[in-house]
Design a protein around this ligand. Structure first.
Ligand code: ATP
Ligand code: MG
Length: 429
């Protein structure tokens, strides 16, 4: 239906016949001339209709805002038009007429409530700035795929309907699975670990994960995209940290190189962090926060995360690792060393992006940790079996893709980074 997208047109094509298609973004009917500002995926095109040259001039008044049109005509260089050219259509076809009034003013001139925007997400996405978020997200994922591929990881897909919890029972969504009780997966953790004993010793997955988060926050979704990798034959957790920081810097460089236009539109100057990222232990974090009057016991709560973000920003670190958390605070699969364990969180501008660490690969120790956390080894037989017949030392991490997009683009809410967010109150659209 089109010969060119808006982006592919320019004044030097003066005199050429072209066919364009898109939405009627703006319509201005004057006595002897009419203008339609047509919007397509990439931008805007001015269609100009002098009454004397366009026989069906009177029918233009039937076109409503946001109707879908295709127009064929001659491109003409023009100083008055925004892009330096306009199209003088010979023929316009209304492919789909839009109803009025529109459910949403998506122009950005009026600030619409997020609720209203999400209810009419299809229309919200017609705002180029909203669409740009998803182009950046696409680029970020491409960057991740590229890096993982270069590092010799293979992409895998593990089950989303599962029998056991990886991250504790509180946030499980139950599913009736024929005669059995099943759950939606919270994380691919147990499966990617099982794969470490298979010989596929570098795997990654980018897939949905589900958590029944009880409270409504700006950083929790019921369904998020979890990017996980697992890496075998590591000497220590440091191998995972290094992989992680190279992954982040390479991915952000990729976004800078491939989504420049969208970053500019969103007025984002994406800084590439220097490696190595700052590493602070949980104990050091406690001390730093104590100086600011904030006491943390076992975990870095949301307020503490934010405060730490400010402290680190003053030191010039946007990305930093918190390492060596107290053993009881982290899931059973993490390797412990008495009081603390070989786990880390990667935080970015005061928010947790990722958790990871070295895993317990020794069967007896793993069984002990499961018991210590009040869980039954019997429930994890399918997982534990993989540790009995040759399991290499390994580690890995899980990262929330939406949180990374949120912080890269300085969005106020993680929901902005999902097309159709799911939270406690939202199941539609
Ligand atoms: P938080 O403490 O912030 O709730 P978590 O420690 O429970 O997160 P992990 O189990 O460590 O989360 O999951 C790994 C990563 O997955 C997190 O660092 C985060 O980026 C992402 N993630 C976890 N839960 C959610 C959620 N409900 N919505 C969006 N992203 C999430
Ligand atoms: Mg975590």
């Amino acid at each position: 239906m089109r010969t060119h997208y808006s982006k592919e047109l320019n004044p030097s094509m003066n005199g050429q016949k072209v066919k364009v298609a898109g939405w009627a973004n703006d319509i201005r009917l004057l006595g002897n001339i009419a203008f339609i500002n047509l919007r397509d995926r990439d931008g805007y095109i001015q269609l100009t209709f002098p009454k004397s040259k366009y026989p069906a001039f009177d029918q233009l008044k039937n076109i409503t805002k946001e109707s879908v049109l295709s127009a064929e005509g001659i491109l003409k260089e023009s100083n008055q038009a925004k892009n330096g050219f306009e199209i003088l259509p010979e023929r316009v076809e209304i492919l789909s007429k839009s109803e009025t009034p529109l459910p949403l003013d998506f122009s950005g001139k009026i600030q619409s409530e997020m609720e209203t925007r999400l209810n009419s997400r299809f229309m919200d996405l017609r705002n180029p700035k909203v669409a740009a978020v998803f182009k950046v997200r696409d680029s970020l994922l491409s960057g991740i795929h590229t890096f993982m591929d270069e590092q010799g990881f293979i992409e895998v897909q593990t089950p989303k309907i599962v029998a056991a919890a990886a991250e504790g029972g509180a946030t499980l969504f139950p599913v009736k699975y024929f005669e059995q009780q099943a759950y939606l997966t919270q994380s691919p953790q147990l499966f990617k670990q099982i794969l470490m004993s298979s010989g596929l010793d570098r795997v990654y997955e980018i897939a949905p994960a589900f958590r029944a988060e009880k409270s409504n926050t700006t950083r929790h979704l019921s369904e998020f995209t979890s990017f996980d990798f697992e890496l075998a034959f590591i000497d220590s957790m440091d191998d995972v940290l290094e992989m992680m920081e190279n992954l982040i810097t390479n991915t952000l460089k990729y976004v800078n190189a491939n989504a420049k236009e969208q970053l500019d539109l969103l007025e984002i100057e994406l800084k590439i962090p220097k490696t190595p990222f700052t590493r602070i232990t949980f104990q050091e974090t406690q001390k730093l926060l104590e100086k600011e009057g904030k006491t943390i016991v076992n975990d870095v709560d949301t307020e503490a995360e934010k405060m730490l973000g400010e402290i680190m920003a003053k030191k010039g670190s946007e990305f930093y690792f918190i390492t060596h958390f107290p053993s009881e605070e982290k899931p059973f699969y993490i390797m412990e060393n008495g009081e603390y364990c070989y786990s880390f969180d990667l935080d970015y501008k005061g928010e947790e992006m990722s958790s990871g660490g070295q895993r317990e690969h020794r069967y007896p120790e793993l069984v002990e940790r499961i018991k210590k956390q009040g869980l039954k080894p019997k429930d994890f037989e399918f997982y534990l079996n993989a540790f009995k017949y040759g399991m290499p030392p390994h580690g890995g991490m899980g990262l929330g893709v939406e949180r990374l997009v949120e912080k890269v683009l300085c969005l106020p809410n993680v929901r902005e980074a999902v097309l159709f967010p799911r939270d406690r109150d939202r199941l539609v659209p």
